[in-house]
Design a protein around this ligand. Structure first.
Ligand code: DAH
Length: 339
């Protein structure tokens, strides 16, 4: 009887597991502590008949040894586990690798695209290495227009037909050539001009172009879209004004100013004390351009506008030196962490 009991107990104890210190302590209390089962058995040993004492005594000792050894094994395992965790700060963020930040020009480009998306414009893109047709000829640039000059345009080879686009207006042509109206696109992208690099000019920068072509598109539609854009981008109090201008691909053409968002239109050094700052060029698509791209100008009309992303970014975030945008200085980029 007692012999069976001892043997079963041994099996039971050596199969035990402890997931934590509390469970381990519970095992000790139940089996090994003074009032635990094993010491209790040693107490009962007194009652064992003398002829069995030797055998049972041996079994009891074996049980105690096995139980103690198993207990120690469980305790060591828990201690080692705790040691593995030592030096690990469980309260630390699970992302010790710092996340990057979006480039300010990307932030502003996305913002511009999002605003026009609300008006139903979808994004269109085109190549940066272009040909003369898409950048100039289709857009009504005269053969002797100064923009075609080496002074302004980067040519990729000796072939004067292959060049880096100087504006994203080339995407207008690409889309109109393959799509009939209604067309409502917004074209963000990088453009190149042969300029000396300084705080105020760079040999590459970024533009967003918008084009809307359909039946009965009027200058009033353009103005409404511009006002919506200005208020969304610079705040509901923003005012706009249009000044007559000239672009080969629009007729009539205009430049848009917004009320200076630094002084609220009162006049400051930023707006050269005029209360206004110029932000984009726009106009009604010249019928010559529509026809050159295979769109019947007797049926359709359209408006277009183009703006520099760097300029808008400067207005929003007051970046004084254009070169900061392409130097990848993390101290500059980190300033846009929360935007
Ligand atoms: N392409 C012009 C530039 O690079 C910007 C521009 C002006 C685009 C008027 C337009 C526009 O679509 O209508 O300066």
């Amino acid at each position: 009887m007692l012999q069976d009991k001892i043997e079963n107990l041994k099996k039971e104890i050596t199969a035990l597991a402890a997931a934590n210190k509390e469970e381990l302590e519970a095992i000790r209390l139940k089996y090994l502590s003074k009032k635990g089962i094993i010491p209790q058995l040693f107490n009962d040993f007194r009652l064992v008949p003398p002829e069995e004492k030797r055998h049972i005594g041996q079994l009891l000792n074996e049980l105690k040894e096995a139980a103690t050894a198993h207990f120690n094994t469980l305790r060591d395992a828990l201690d080692n586990g705790a040691q593995d965790m030592a030096g690990i700060d469980l309260t630390r963020t699970s992302y010790p690798v710092r996340l990057g930040t979006r480039h300010p020009l990307s932030i502003v480009r996305n913002e511009i695209c999002d605003i026009f998306a609300k008006l139903g414009f979808s994004i269109a893109e085109g190549p940066e290495v272009e040909d003369d047709w898409h950048v100039f000829s289709s857009l009504n640039f005269a053969p002797d227009h100064p923009a075609r000059d080496m002074q302004d345009t980067f040519f990729v080879t000796r072939n004067p037909d292959i060049l880096l686009r100087t504006h994203t207006s080339s995407v207008q042509t690409r889309v109109m050539e393959r799509t009939q109206p209604p067309i409502r696109i917004i074209c963000p992208g990088r453009v190149y001009r042969n300029e000396a690099i300084s705080a105020r000019a760079h040999c590459f920068f970024h533009q967003v172009e918008a084009l809307y072509v359909d039946k009965n598109v009027s200058f009033a539609d353009l103005k409404q879209a511009l006002l919506f854009f200005a208020k969304e981008m610079f705040g509901a109090d923003t005012k706009i004004r249009l000044r007559p201008s000239y672009f080969p691909f629009t007729e009539p053409s205009a430049e848009m100013d917004i009320s200076c968002n630094l002084c609220g239109g009162k006049g400051c050094s930023f707006c050269k004390h005029t209360g206004w700052v110029e932000i984009l060029g726009c106009g009604m698509v010249d019928p010559n351009v529509l026809d050159a791209c295979g769109i019947d100008s007797s049926i359709y009309s359209g408006y277009a506008l183009g703006m520099g992303i760097e300029r808008i970014t400067n207005l929003k975030y007051r970046v004084k030196d254009l070169r900061l945008f392409s130097e990848n200085d993390v101290r500059f980029l980190e300033e846009f962490e929360s935007v």
